[in-house]
Design a protein around this ligand. Structure first.
Ligand code: 13P
Ligand code: SF4
Length: 304
């Protein structure tokens, strides 16, 4: 039996669903029940009332959020090593240090954080709803971590003071994009629409025609009358963009923009994870209950 067939059979037997992030390998996206951005995957995990197991093809913090929001389900991360380096950049000690400096200022954390950090914040956000979350808060100054580029973008969009914690947290994959390379592509494809993820730096955001989360890019590509798009985010998204828009052209703004952690989830690892019911993602309840409040607050403040 083919590996794909074996996974689908096992999935049915074990009442499992597979959720995959937009950066997953094409073959992983193709066997998933749902493919989406970080907020969509969290929502989907909560909606799946019948599933007993959630195979979360993404990285650690996304699977942790699913585990926090679904304490009665078994959440499996196909590769134990799939960890987001940006999420590791903000420790609890660092948050505590900033809270001492700004005791009355709310702490807003990007979902790209570990559960232990989320337990110390007031509300979470994703790249799709960060502006909405901060606009909804009754505060003119916020502490925001760990991505300093997203902090800067949100400050531009809301007019509020957004203090990045740590000062220069970043995504190593989005750091690879440079406006000079986009300029060269623009000369070759003058009608192309430039779509940029807010984890990119300010120079990249300046040359963008559209800024948004991965799924917001997919929506924009569908709705736009444009035929060519230059895409500044991780390469995995091209599979979905091309599948959903066969008559449009998508060019990666930098060919080496690969998140090695996202790519650790292979079909082989998904099969082994399902078979052995490994690697179970668990969050101790005292931490989970605090982190859950921050995630629920995000859902309460936003529609996305
Ligand atoms: P999205 O929420 O836009 O999918 O982003 C998640 C992420 O890890 C971006 O690098
Ligand atoms: Fe983390 Fe960047 Fe990979 Fe997203 S692309 S999971 S932020 S390292």
């Amino acid at each position: 039996m083919e590996l794909v067939e074996k996974i689908l059979k096992l999935k049915k037997e074990k009442r499992a669903i597979i959720l995959a992030h937009n950066y997953q390998r094409p073959e992983v996206q193709d066997i998933a029940d749902y493919v989406g951005d970080s907020i969509e995957l969290s929502r989907k995990a909560m909606e799946e009332k019948d599933a007993e197991i959630i195979v979360f093809a993404a990285v650690d913090f996304m699977a942790e959020s699913a585990a926090i929001l679904n304490p009665d389900k078994k959440v499996l991360l196909p590769s134990a090593g799939a960890r987001c380096p940006m999420a590791q950049m903000l420790t609890v000690d660092e948050i505590k240090r900033w809270k001492v400096l700004y005791p009355l200022v709310p702490v807003v954390l990007y979902v790209n954080t570990l559960a232990s950090a989320k337990a110390y914040c007031d509300v979470c956000c994703t790249s799709a709803n960060a502006v909405e979350v901060i606009n909804a808060l009754n505060a003119e100054t916020v502490l925001f971590g760990p991505d300093h580029n997203l902090a800067e973008y949100v400050q531009e969009k809301t007019g509020k003071t957004v203090i990045p914690i740590p000062e220069r947290g970043f995504c190593p994959t989005h750091l690879l994009f440079h406006p000079e390379e986009v300029q060269v592509l623009k000369e070759k494809y003058p009608d192309a629409v430039v779509m940029v993820h807010p984890e990119c730096n300010a120079e990249m955001r300046k040359i963008a025609d559209f800024i948004g989360s991965t799924s917001q890019m997919c929506k924009h590509a569908k709705e736009s009358p444009a035929k060519t798009f230059i895409v500044a985010t991780e390469e995995g998204i091209l599979h979905r963009l091309r599948k959903e828009n066969p008559n449009k052209q998508f060019i990666l703004a930098y060919e080496g923009a690969i998140c090695p952690n996202m790519k650790l989830n292979t079909l082989e690892r998904i099969y082994s994870a399902l078979k052995a019911e490994k690697h179970v993602v668990t969050v101790p309840e005292p931490v989970a209950s605090k982190a859950r409040k921050a995630l629920e607050k995000m859902f309460e403040l936003t529609q996305r």
